[in-house]
Design a protein around this ligand. Structure first.
Ligand code: FES
Length: 128
């Protein structure tokens, strides 16, 4: 894996032109995760129907890596079957961004945690 010591053009593009930023109204599920080392936080809302992630939105209060990670993760997750979306990993984010500076790779975890939380919340709500 390419391990840049700077942000790639793809990562900076997701920072300056973030995809799917915001919050869905009436989502199927909501998840949030925080990085305890810095206090940054990401919330993800999902709309699910027919077993697929139809829409995803993110809201991040955090660093460049956290914002770029959440933005690209919404693109990766949209359209996937719920089971496939739940299997997305930080490595998928790093691949999609062309890497992150090594000291910032842990920031991608937060987006994954928020997405998985939203998918679990949606499953709980659907069976309630
Ligand atoms: S420094 Fe806090 S998530 Fe990146």
């Amino acid at each position: 894996m390419n391990e840049p010591d700077h942000y790639t053009d793809r990562a900076l593009d997701h920072l300056t032109r973030s995809r799917n930023a915001g919050t869905l109204s009436g989502p199927s599920g909501t998840g949030a995760d925080a990085n305890p080392s810095c206090g940054d936080r990401t919330t993800i809302t999902v709309a699910i129907s027919d077993g697929h992630v139809q829409e995803v939105r993110f809201r991040t209060f955090g660093c460049t890596a956290a914002i770029a990670s959440a933005s690209v993760l919404t693109e990766l997750a949209a359209g996937l079957a719920v089971e496939e979306a739940a299997r997305l990993e930080p490595a998928d984010i790093l691949n999609a961004l062309g890497g992150l500076p090594p000291r910032k790779e842990a920031c991608a975890l937060m987006a994954i945690g928020a997405l998985r939380g939203a998918l679990v919340d949606a499953r709980v709500r659907a069976t309630a």
